[in-house]
Design a protein around this ligand. Structure first.
Ligand code: SF4
Length: 256
């Protein structure tokens, strides 16, 4: 549809465009094969609000890992209902059920990369596989990995990743929320400035980095949705990233 060169030029042009213009372009260019992903935390609210104002009923994926705070699930319901969002929950592949249930309390702590792969990366890979474009809410000021991202990123499999808020800062998020009088995630006032799964999120101080409370002390800053991990569809290529032995799962996959 677009050549890599065209995507590169558009991406540069979009650096000075408003997020709403980039979303409108994405919907016009890829409808209906365009979807958004959201974790329904405070940082997600501006993008969800923009999508709710769009002319089309854009599909919003929510990764229901089973480890979310109750407050996140309530907030997801509230926004989806009040803003009439077209939310679809994505779950882990059922072939992981026996394995994951056996380690339900330990997996996020012993092997967060594997846990994120099972509960976030793989469900998103499956959810997005028939889509041409994926809109995400990442910003360059959040992590070192995100600082290197582009507004448009064409993946090898042809999927176009679109990051309309990439050059926004946390001050832009605050300004937009105030201008539109938008609600915050209920845990924000308790010091949870970035909210992920319960076993991997802690409250932080006002002067800490926004994502300092995610996987704190575990040398991990990303779940894998926005890293090389997402690009690997072949499970065997990822084994070296995991600590827990997953050889029984590989055998089950071979048996299919
Ligand atoms: S954030 Fe934590 S609990 Fe959630 S999927 Fe990743 S490791 Fe598992």
């Amino acid at each position: 549809m677009f050549t890599p060169l065209e995507i590169e030029k558009l991406s540069e042009e979009f650096e000075s465009r408003a997020p709403q213009e980039i979303i409108a372009w994405a919907v016009d260019a890829f409808w209906p094969q365009v979807a958004l992903s959201s974790s329904f935390q405070t940082q997600s609210v501006p993008l969800l609000h923009m999508v709710s104002q769009a002319e089309r009923d854009i599909l919003v994926y929510f990764l229901d890992t089973g480890y979310h705070f109750w407050e996140t699930l309530i907030f997801r319901e509230k926004l989806a209902s009040e803003w009439k969002l077209n939310v679809l929950d994505l779950y882990r592949d059922t072939r992981w059920d026996v394995f994951a249930r056996g380690q339900v309390r330990t997996l996020p702590l012993e092997d967060p990369n594997l846990c994120c792969f099972i509960h976030k990366v793989q469900p998103m890979q499956r959810g997005i596989k028939d889509m041409l474009a994926w809109i995400s809410g990442i910003r360059r000021d959040q992590t070192a990995v995100r600082a290197k991202a582009k507004i448009l990123e064409l993946q090898e499999d042809g999927l176009l990743k679109i990051n309309p808020l990439l050059n926004w800062t946390k001050a832009d998020v605050k300004r937009y929320m105030e201008e539109h009088n938008l609600p915050s995630h209920p845990l924000l006032e308790k010091g949870y400035r970035s909210v992920g799964c319960s076993p991997c999120t802690v409250a932080i101080g006002l002067n800490d980095d926004e994502r300092a409370g995610r996987w704190q002390g575990r040398g991990k800053t990303e779940c894998g949705l926005h890293t090389e991990m997402f690009k690997h569809k072949d499970f065997s290529q990822l084994k070296s990233e995991f600590h827990v032995d997953v050889s029984s799962m590989e055998r089950r996959k071979e048996d299919r």
